[in-house]
Design a protein around this ligand. Structure first.
Ligand SMILES: [Cu+2]
Length: 138
């Protein structure tokens, strides 16, 4: 009996340990019509009690969508592709200009101010989250 109760306790704690992902303040940067790239930014909050990882993204406006980080090396700013972004429990991961971002490459058409971009974010545990990000000139 003692073993059974212990087993149940382990099971229920496993069931309770899960991430809960909430996407906040998404936006896509308005670029000149001649640009073939842009980027999406947002805050990814994990309200759950175990980590999750953003592993990939797709967008309605680009043929290629990658997770990037902007880094400074020897005074030069450059972007590198990252494999995944770990969102720790009870933390908010911020994607912002000059830091982590979702790179939109080979735009299908120029972005318009006031327009919307659909993004599909694939998380390791939470699956795909579909969001609408406004195009903003900032
Ligand atoms: Cu980039």
């Amino acid at each position: 009996m003692k073993k059974l109760i212990l087993g149940l306790a382990v099971l229920s704690s496993m069931a309770l340990a899960k991430p809960e992902i909430v996407i906040k303040k998404p936006w896509v940067r308005l670029m000149p019509p001649t640009s073939h790239v842009s980027a999406a930014y947002m805050e990814i909050e994990n309200k759950g009690n175990s980590p999750d990882t953003l592993i990939s993204a797709k967008s309605s406006v680009s043929y290629i969508t990658q997770l990037h980080e902007t880094i400074n090396k020897n005074g030069m700013s450059k972007m590198i592709r990252v494999r995944g972004l770990v969102i720790k429990p009870h933390q908010t991961f911020v994607l912002k200009p000059g830091g982590y971002h979702i790179m939109l490459i080979k735009l299908k058409h120029p972005l318009k101010a006031g327009g919307k971009v659909t993004l599909w974010l694939r998380f390791k545990h939470s699956g795909v989250k579909k969001i609408e990000a406004p195009v903003e000139n900032k």
